[in-house]
Design a protein around this ligand. Structure first.
Ligand SMILES: [Zn+2]
Length: 339
């Protein structure tokens, strides 16, 4: 993997994707690559980048050491972002569903004959954002695969896909890397040891998320969210008003991320009561403010944690809930914990 081409625009797999890369690379070289792959695993592990790296490899005319060469005609077209045999399918805007028309539009790409001999690749993410009609339209393509076409479906939530789609794909799963591997990569990406450590913890062990979280803008958004939750806990703000502010979070973050932080803070509260760690003072303040003493508030706190979990699953699982109602309900329940 240290043999990655120098060109920044030819993607290479990440250090923790070695095993998946080698397995798929071997299938590819042997001419046994499946027509559909489902890349799944938690957000923040670089599945999209892996799919791009694989597409670049498949379109390269002279791969070297199992990677795209960076210099051939195929690689140059890739670098220019105009390879005619690569198609990216994603929602028109983040969080929107993938529409049936977008899948139908694939028809031309899938059925045409390539100008060259070789594979054509369809990169599709997030796969769980296909609605039922879109998924059924895709299923037709998967049921009658065109010899030269490879579908790369990418998802953080495979349970949100039709089982019939899952069963027609070879699954490639991405678990979070070993901690030292992730920390080394974060430090190579410019974080110091403490920042890397903290960000990785907050990101649940997923390195790309950790790198995003270490961004100052993201930290600021998080601090503001916690500050609003604290204001609710001390009845200094109304649940409806706070919900209105966070229904559409600032650029660079999204609601499901914020709910993940909230879960993380709750977990800290629940841990801090059983064995006092050197918890964040803001979190300790939230804990101490609970009415009726910490013990009495334990059960509602657990119940709230479950609500949060369900709300987040609804958001990421492709159920497409009403965000305003969802966040408002959570804020009201949160405020009630402190009433
Ligand atoms: Zn090449």
């Amino acid at each position: 993997m240290s043999e990655a081409p120098d060109s920044p625009t030819i993607p290479s797999p990440l250090p923790w994707q070695r095993e998946q890369w080698q397995r798929l690379g071997a299938q590819w070289r042997a001419g046994r690559c499946p027509h559909a792959l489902l890349l799944s695993g938690p957000e923040g592990l670089g599945k999209r980048r892996f799919a791009e790296a694989f597409a670049a490899l498949a379109l390269c005319e002279q791969p070297r050491d199992g990677l795209a060469c960076g210099g051939c005609r195929g690689c140059r077209l890739w670098q220019a972002g105009s390879h005619p045999d690569f198609l990216r399918v994603e929602p028109e805007k983040p969080g929107a569903p993938l529409k049936v028309q977008q899948i139908r539009d694939l028809g031309g790409f899938v059925s045409r004959t390539s100008g060259r001999e070789g594979a054509r690749l369809v990169w599709l993410a997030p796969a769980e954002s296909m609605n039922v009609n879109a998924a059924n339209a895709l299923l037709k393509n998967l049921e009658e695969p065109s010899a030269a076409v490879i579908f790369l479906l990418i998802t953080d939530a495979p349970a949100g896909l039709l089982p019939t789609i899952r069963s027609r794909c070879q699954s490639v799963s991405f678990p979070p890397p070993q901690r030292p591997v992730a920390l080394r990569w974060l430090q190579e990406s410019g974080l110091d040891e403490t920042a890397a450590d903290r960000a990785l913890l907050l990101a649940g062990g997923t390195p790309l998320r950790a790198l995003q979280l270490a961004d100052p803008q993201a930290s600021e958004t998080r601090a503001q969210f916690l500050s609003d939750l604290t204001a609710l806990a001390s009845a200094e703000a109304s649940a409806v008003m706070v919900a209105g502010r966070w229904e559409a979070p600032p650029e660079g973050s999204d609601l499901s991320q914020l709910l993940t932080f909230w879960q993380h803070w709750l977990a800290q509260m629940l841990r801090a009561r059983s064995c006092d760690l050197t918890a964040d003072p803001h979190i300790m303040a939230l804990l101490q403010r609970l009415p009726g003493g910490e013990e009495a508030a334990l059960r509602p706190l657990f119940a709230f944690y479950d609500h949060l979990l369900q709300a987040r699953q609804a958001l990421v699982g492709g159920a497409n809930p009403n965000k305003r109602l969802l966040i408002e309900e959570l804020m009201i329940r949160w405020a009630k914990l402190y009433a």
